[in-house]
Design a protein. Sequence first.
Length: 179
Amino acid sequence: MRRTIPTLALMLICACGAANGANGTPAQATASPVALNCTASGAASALWPAAPSASATTPAIVSAVADGDTLKLTFASGTPQFEVAPVGSAHFTVDPSGRPVDLAGTSGVRIVLRGFRGDVSNYNGAARFTSSGPILLETGAIGDFEGVVSFGAGVSRPACANVTASLSTLTFHFIASGT
């Protein structure tokens, strides 16, 4: 009997402790992913230079990288005003020539960035790049004219983008849309 009570007490303590984490704090339930919403547009950040004062020698868009379902654009300073619009196909036209550009995918998303210098090239990176995402398949630079820079995204199904801005980066995370 003397051993039974301490043994039962130890079993009870151990059973209650199973819900605790390794450091004795209560274990937390696994969080479910947060649903992302489509972002239609965004204003320029306070660090974005006015077009006349922007550098004429350094491209405003430092890099563009597609990875998975994400397109990340990095700028020399701040982030520009942007618009994101789903389009019915992955067929785009280049500004201002109107030359057709067909990207991989059955649907598309157009990204329009405003507030650049109109007298210089604002993006000197790759014209097209592929991605490994189940939604984002290919991205292409489709315009750099009169202070407006555009990118097209070829996607596997109707999609939009959830956009986050931080310092000098805009990150476009492509998500399936209900359209």
